[in-house]
Design a protein around this ligand. Structure first.
Ligand SMILES: C[S@@+](CC[C@H](N)C(=O)[O-])C[C@H]1O[C@@H](n2cnc3c(N)ncnc32)[C@H](O)[C@@H]1O
Ligand code: SF4
Length: 506
């Protein structure tokens, strides 16, 4: 299987300073969730519906190490801030068993098409939604099938997500999850202010309930235990946020992950303009200081803090994606899959309806909505964007994946980050400096594919305040058609040609 040839828009070069500033200007969208505006920037790479299966089989045939993500779209209530694929909670009871039947059917199809029994599974996340809301028997069906359909790397860790309410109310279920071999659990606390939680539509019963949830997680035997917190909400002060971090530290999780609120596509999208870059930078700094003082460690730019030595705190699935750009298969409603050359989204991401996903599976077809056959620039941008979860790009892994060095592919951009003091060489990585971590939205944009850079460069300034493709006053932004050739290439920058065909060297 070969790389797709780049579109004309993906053969352009833009001055790094302009791209950096565009990333900062559009900080609500220039982040690790890549690509941006894919209906436009990725359109040239979309596979025809009739080719989905052939392209998928070709893309995965040479891959022998991969991770698995299974999406469970059920929650007790939908939080207003949530960006994930969650179906209407009113449909939960009716849909759960049927949904797991469909997941098993999807696993069967991949088992058959990709001969997964020959592939080594290196990470496995069960995410959502709130997977711990599901019946234990249903989770066990998925875990058992994954065990049967892959060769598991010894010691590979399975991770699952819960809310505090479930962990507090259902200790037997939490224990059963651990007994079936799930050894990492992540619990969303988000914030500890009752009034703000209420405004956000979050079901939160106060601090004593959190303590109960933590007790049950510990008693079940989970040593790898993470708490998620969120900042950047309208109406959340730096003092509120610091207080949420301090209260969470009292819960003594081994890891704490900080999520900056991403507004795009959420019910709170229109509030993005109330939250400035300056305030989120202050919040990130306040949390970092508070966590460091309490013995939690993370390098600049990384959002997961760990208090365990030699343990970064993230799941194997996420770590393999971030550090190595390792392929992953995403199963379930709206799930995303990445091979070396392809990026696919399952049906249901936008509609949040099970029907179309179900229809494909009942016809024995892959439930894929969009499949993109990528050129190298897009695949590199995807790997690097995800790398910024940890605040650094692993250079040997980049080389191994693409057969070319980061400096050969991004000569002007790497020079810019070094000369501006935004990144520095640290061990095997090109890592964010503290200055770079504060300007991370600009730094990450430097490595985006050219069409995505162009999107940021020409996106109107008033959209810097809106989070999606809608302006602060509700106006719509329709990007100009992809340019035939614009602007003139920079003379100094010619990325080195790739020497190896990826897939063969892994
Ligand atoms: C899929 S959720 C699962 C956790 C679980 N359902 C809960 O809410 O407790 C994973 C995490 O994503 C984060 N998250 C949700 N919506 C987000 C958004 N719009 N922007 C950034 N992070 C978000 C939250 O911290 C949440 O805990
Ligand atoms: S944040 Fe968690 S509980 Fe809330 S809707 Fe999203 S996935 Fe469900």
């Amino acid at each position: 299987m070969k790389w797709k040839a780049p579109s004309l828009a993906d053969q352009q070069h833009y001055p790094p300073r302009q791209v950096f500033e565009a990333g900062l200007r559009h900080h609500h969208i220039a982040n690790t969730a890549y690509p941006i505006n894919h209906n436009w920037t990725m359109k040239p790479y979309r596979a025809r519906p009739k080719d989905l299966e052939t392209v998928t089989v070709e893309a995965w045939q040479d891959i022998d190490r991969m991770s698995l993500y299974v999406h469970i779209p059920f929650c007790q209530a939908r939080c207003n801030f949530c960006e994930y694929t969650v179906i209407d909670p009113a449909d939960n009871a009716r849909s759960e068993d049927d949904y797991f039947d469909l997941l098993l059917q999807e696993m069967e199809i991949y088992d058959r098409l990709l001969t997964t029994r020959k592939k080594i599974l290196t990470g496995f996340d069960i995410g959502g939604g709130t997977p711990a809301l599901s019946k234990t028997e249903n989770i066990a069906r998925v875990v058992d099938k994954a065990r049967a359909m892959f060769r598991w790397q010894p010691g590979m860790q399975i991770s699952i997500e819960t809310t505090p309410l479930i962990a507090a109310n259902e200790p037997d279920k939490i224990a059963a999850l651990h007994q079936m071999g799930i050894d990492r659990i992540s619990m969303g606390v988000q914030i500890t202010q009752l009034s703000l939680a209420k405004k956000l539509g979050r079901q939160y019963k106060g601090f004593a309930n959190l303590q109960k949830a933590v007790r049950h997680i510990r008693e079940a035997g989970f040593k790898k235990f993470n708490i998620d917190l969120m900042y950047g909400f309208a109406g959340q002060s730096v003092a509120d946020w610091r207080n949420s971090v301090e209260k969470s530290i009292e819960l003594e999780a081994n890891y704490i992950t900080l999520y900056r609120m991403r507004y795009k596509g959420t019910r709170l999208q229109a509030q993005a303009n109330q939250v400035t870059k300056e305030i989120v930078t202050q919040m990130a700094a306040a949390a970092g200081e508070t966590l460091h003082r309490a013995g939690y460690v993370a390098p600049p730019g990384k959002n997961t803090y760990s208090r365990l030595p030699n343990d970064g705190g993230c799941s194997d699935y996420l770590t393999n994606r971030v550090v190595k750009g390792e392929p992953y298969l995403g199963l379930g409603l709206g799930a995303q899959s990445l091979s070396h050359h392809t990026l696919a989204y399952n049906r249901g991401a936008a509609s949040k309806q099970i029907k179309p996903y179900q229809k494909s599976l009942q016809a024995g077809q892959l439930p894929i909505q969009d499949l993109y056959n990528m050129p190298p620039a897009v695949s590199m941008a995807k790997m690097i964007s995800v790398s910024f979860y940890f605040g650094e790009i692993n250079l040997p892994h980049f080389h191994q994946k693409f057969g070319s060095t980061l400096e050969e592919q991004f000569p002007v951009e790497v020079d810019f980050t070094l000369s501006e003091g935004l990144m520095e060489y640290r061990g095997d990585c090109l890592s964010l400096t503290p200055k770079g971590a504060k300007a991370y939205n600009g730094v990450i944009a430097l490595f985006y594919a050219p069409a995505v850079k162009l999107h940021l460069l020409q996106r109107p300034a008033n959209f810097s305040k809106g989070a999606g493709e809608q302006g602060s006053k509700g106006e719509k932004y329709t990007p100009a058609p992809l340019p035939p050739c614009s602007p003139a290439p920079l003379p100094a920058r010619t990325p080195a040609p790739l020497r190896l065909t990826p897939g063969g060297n892994l």
